[in-house]
Design a protein around this ligand. Structure first.
Ligand SMILES: *Cc1c(COP(=O)(O)O)cnc(C)c1O
Length: 389
C-alpha cells in the first residue's frame, strides 16, 4: 500500500504523466482501437472495451485509495455488482445480502436468483442470530452495505469478515455512502469493494459510473477478464470526468460532513421531525461501531416526518435548495422519498420488513452554505405546520 495520504493520491493521480507534451493534467484517450506495432506483436492496449489508458488511470487511483490490488471501472455501480456476481457466482452458490440494501442491488440479486443463476438470502446483518444462521449455510459471498441505504444501519465489517472467513465465504462491501476517505473495507478484512462512482467519487451528478476493486491481485486479473468478457467496462469520457471529480474528494467529504452535522443539530429541534437516522446520534445502534471503523460519520441522513402525508408533501414541495431527486453525493443538496423513489422496486412487505416507512425522507446534504440550507428547511417546515392535521 502507498505511504501517501488519501487526499494526495486523489489529487496527484496521473499528474505530469504525459510524456508527449508534458501536460500537467493527463490527456483523455477517446479512441476505441489502437494500432499494432507489427503483425503478431500485441500492444499494451488493443481495444477500449478491454483496456483504455484514461479508464485504467481511474481504476488504479481508486484501487490505491481503497488499498486493493486492482480495480475495474464499470459503466455504473450496478454493472460492478453484476460483474462480481458473474465472475463469482454459479448455480447452487449462495449470496447473503442485507435486507435493506440499495434497491437496485436487491432487484439484481432477486431477479438473477429467480432465473436460477445463483441463490440469494436477504438478512438483517445487524442481527447476530440471523447472520449466524445465514453463514451456517456456507455462502460463497456475503454482500455488505454499510452505512445502509436509506436507514444508515451499520454493520461491523471486521467482525463479519472474521465470521465469514470461518465459513469460507468471500466478503464484498458497497462503500458508496462513505468513499475511501471515510472507510476502507479492505483494511477491515473485505475481499472486494464496490462503488457507485456516480455518487461521492465523481461528486458532481454528471456521470453514471462504478468500480469493483479486488484485494487480491489474482482476483483482480480474473475480474478484469470477466469485465471484458461480459462488456461491463465504462466509457473513457466518463472516466475522465470522474478523475476530475476525484481530485476534490477529500475536501468535499469534509464539507459534506460539516454541513450535515449542522443540519442534524437543526432537525433535532423540529416538532415535525420524528426519528432521525444517522450514525453520529449516540442512540443510533451502530454509533460505537461507526466510531471504530469509519473516519467520519458521513453526510447522508434520513428522518421521519412526524405528521400527515399531506404535511410531508408540503414540506418537500416547499424546499428550494433541496431538489427532489434520486441519487446522492453531488455538490447540490437532494431530498428523496425512498418508499416511492429509490426503493419502489421493493414490495410493500419487503419495505416494511426493512423498516422503511412511507414517512421517511432522505437527504443528500450538498456543499451550499449551511445557513441557506437550514433557512430553506425552516421555511418549508413552517409551510408544512400550517397544513391542517
Ligand atoms: C447508486 C447506488 C448503487 C448503484 O449504482 P449505479 O451507478 O446507479 O448503477 C449501488 N449501491 C449504492 C449504495 C448506491 O447508492
Amino acid at each position: 500500500m502507498s505511504d501517501k495520504k488519501l487526499a494526495t493520491i486523489a489529487v496527484r493521480t496521473g499528474i505530469e504523466s504525459d510524456t508527449q507534451h508534458n501536460a500537467v493534467v493527463p490527456p483523455i484517450y477517446l479512441t476505441s482501437t489502437y494500432s499494432f506495432p507489427q503483425l503478431g506483436e500485441l500492444p499494451q492496449y488493443d481495444y477500449s472495451r478491454s483496456g483504455n489508458p484514461t479508464r485504467n488511470m481511474l481504476a488504479d487511483a481508486l484501487a490505491e485509495l481503497e488499498g486493493g490490488a486492482g480495480g475495474v471501472v464499470t459503466s455504473c455501480g450496478t454493472a460492478a455488482i453484476n460483474l462480481l456476481a458473474s465472475a463469482l457466482l454459479g448455480p447452487g452458490d449462495l449470496v447473503v445480502a442485507p435486507h435493506d440494501c440499495y434497491g437496485g442491488t436487491y432487484r439484481l440479486f432477486n431477479t438473477r436468483a429467480n432465473k436460477g443463476d445463483f441463490k440469494v438470502l436477504f438478512v438483517d446483518q445487524t442481527d447476530p442470530e440471523a447472520l449466524a444462521q445465514a453463514l451456517a449455510q456456507e455462502p460463497k459471498l456475503v454482500w455488505v452495505e454499510t452505512p445502509s441505504n436509506p436507514l444508515l444501519r451499520i454493520v461491523d465489517v471486521e467482525a463479519l469478515c472474521r465470521d465469514a472467513k470461518q465459513h469460507g465465504a468471500l466478503v464484498a462491501v458497497d462503500n458508496t455512502f462513505l468513499s475511501p476517505i471515510l472507510q476502507q473495507p479492505i483494511s477491515l478484512g473485505a475481499d472486494f469493494v464496490i462503488h457507485s462512482t456516480t455518487k461521492y467519487i465523481n461528486g458532481h451528478s454528471d456521470v453514471v459510473g462504478g468500480v469493483l476493486i479486488s484485494k487480491d491481485a489474482e482476483q483482480a486479473e480474473e475480474i478484469a477478464w470477466w469485465a471484458n468478457c461480459i462488456g461491463a467496462t465504462g466509457a473513457p469520457f466518463d472516466a475522465y470526468l470522474t478523475l476530475r471529480g476525484l481530485r476534490t474528494l477529500a475536501p468535499r467529504m469534509r464539507l459534506h460532513e460539516e454541513n450535515s452535522a449542522k443540519i442534524l443539530a437543526y432537525l433535532q429541534q423540529q416538532p415535525l421531525v420524528g426519528q432521525i437516522y444517522h450514525p453520529s446520534q449516540p442512540e443510533h445502534p451502530g454509533h460505537e461501531i461507526a466510531i471504530k471503523q469509519q473516519k467520519g460519520f458521513g453526510s447522508m441522513l434520513s428522518f421521519e416526518i412526524a405528521g400527515t402525508y399531506a404535511q410531508l408533501e408540503t414540506f418537500v414541495h416547499g424546499l428550494k435548495f433541496f431538489s427532489l431527486a434520486e441519487s446522492l453525493g453531488g455538490t447540490e443538496s437532494l431530498i428523496c422519498h425512498p418508499a416511492s423513489m429509490t426503493h419502489r422496486a421493493m414490495s410493500d412487505e419487503a419495505q416494511a420488513e426493512a423498516g422503511l416507512k412511507p414517512s421517511l425522507l432522505r437527504l443528500s446534504v450538498g456543499l451550499e452554505d449551511a445557513d441557506d440550507l437550514i433557512a430553506d428547511l425552516d421555511q418549508a417546515f413552517k409551510q408544512a405546520a400550517e397544513v391542517a392535521e
